[in-house]
Design a protein around this ligand. Sequence first.
Ligand SMILES: [Zn+2]
Length: 316
Amino acid sequence: MQSSKFNVGVDVGGTTINTGFINQSGKIISHTTMATEAKRGSEAIIQAIIRKIKLMLAESGKAQKDIGSIGIGVPGTADSKNGVVVFAPNIFWQNVQVSAPLREAFNVPVHLGQDSRAAAWGEYLVGSAKGYKNTASITLGTGIGCGMIIDGRLFHGGLNTAGEFGHMIVELNGNKCNCGKTGCLEAHSAGLFIVREGKKIPDVEKILRKNPDEVTVKDVFRLAEKGNTYAGKITDSVVSYLGMGFVNLINLNSLELISISGGISNAPDELLLNPLKEFIRQRAYSAIADKVKIVKSSLGDNAPMIGAALLDKSAE
Ligand SMILES: [Zn+2]
């Protein structure tokens, strides 16, 4: 039986590594997950990825020669042209050559990119941003990730830091952010903020029957949905700050579509997506406020893996 070519996509996250065999239309042929043992160092992780791909080949009965290319998405700054992860603090990587060992092991082209840009690339080619040439793909999780397609190309920026949307300033003297600065969008709207505020909900221990330290983003949205006033204030505030960020991003770049993914995007539509759309309709530049589309990602959590598999020279 003749098997057709496929690509390998690897999404290296802070806690898990997702590896998938992806066909040319972006469909997942097979998929596995393993823990990111960041403490063991970059060399051990790269070797674990190589072993995982070999194991997947064996298990799926596919041959190494059927791999078209391998794409790696990483949670940090990547030098795509040279295959080097410049800085990825979550996994403690600094100036790590990633592409070469994989190229040596499999003898195929290897592409490297930041996870949020890989996700945007995936959404653009085969996901919810397909058919649009100016888009942003935003992951609303513990922090905020953002990748952008500008005029049909993956946008890196002159200094290779494009898309630091989460660190857009939304308050002059605002909350402290993980990046070391203050007033960043993610410090006012992402998971860490929601959880921190959620712990302050009056009687939260009694209401949720759990330790305040175990409060999750989901809990806060669920309480808001049930009419808890304090939780409602938190989620309203999240929508306002995200709305500000989205409007600024749309006005600046004339985006046609923004797709959202990540844990927070799973909040009930009436608490997040709908009021966010309404905020944008009211506050974005008039000529485009009714035109820009805000949608949920169709690739979801798999976007970085699928997008990484589809990376090519044109995305560097
Ligand atoms: Zn920041």
